[in-house]
Design a protein around this ligand. Sequence first.
Ligand code: A2P
Length: 293
Amino acid sequence: PTFPLYSTAEKAIPLLGFGTAEYPFGASIHTLKETILEAIKLGYRHFDTAAIYLSEQPLGEAISDALRLGLIKSRDELFITSKLWCSDAHHDFVLPALKKTLQNLKLEYLNLFLIHWPLSLKPAKYEFPFQEEDIVPFDPKSKLETILSTAKIPPAVNQVEMNPLWQQKKLRKFCEEKGILVEAYSPLGAKGTAWGTNRVMECDVLKEIAQAKGKSLAQVCLRWAHEQGVCALVKSFNKERMKQNLDIFDWKLTADESHKISQLPQCKGFPGAVFLSDDGPYKSVEELWDGEI
Ligand code: A2P
């Protein structure tokens, strides 16, 4: 299933995407290319990368291979997203960063270019993790309402952490009203990463629902996200699980199952304390998330 973004009329966005943010960044660049090629073979057509993930190059190589092998006839069959890293979030750095991203991907265009985080880092501070003193002070805060009040071209997509344990109900309602598609990152809770936890995969209510349906817990999470009308970005390096994650479109959660999920206690996996600093735009996690924490 796809969703017609108003800003990319020529290409609707596939509502299940393949994430490429492995952790630690760049840990297995060579297997990443093979994994992405496998994903294209299995039918994934939407890939999410970012300059900071170091996965643009392997994604570009996988796309070249897929074209050479005839797995896809043209690059236009894919929906490719990348992101502007915070140290390039400065007026004169945006275009060069986009050009570098295209060069890494060996592509002529992106379908979607996202602002990675709503803050700037000192130029050239590209390494991760960054230090508190690298955060550039600015005012006002570049949040969605501020952007919408000034932007000539409103944002088409807002990518945020979202899974059954961090459901983003308020933000989703706001985005729906404004015609902004929400993308869910960490739809399975991103266990084993610096920005994730095991809580989703170990949630008893989700385990019970999965067992009763004869589906995996991951499938329940992805189906739930799909039924909320968002685009889920999932990642697996395992072929069977990659396949399983695509198999969520011909069955449904019951009203009772959806209700149980809607009642789950909420707990954000990645509060983003790394983005706070005394003289930066955000001094507390409450400020960073506009009180929604
Ligand atoms: P693996 O690569 O071993 O499959 P998220 O998408 O929330 O970031 O979560 C990604 C994590 O979830 C990865 O560690 C991945 O591990 C794991 N994962 C992905 N799909 C499944 C699945 N169907 N069942 C169990 N774990 C999964």
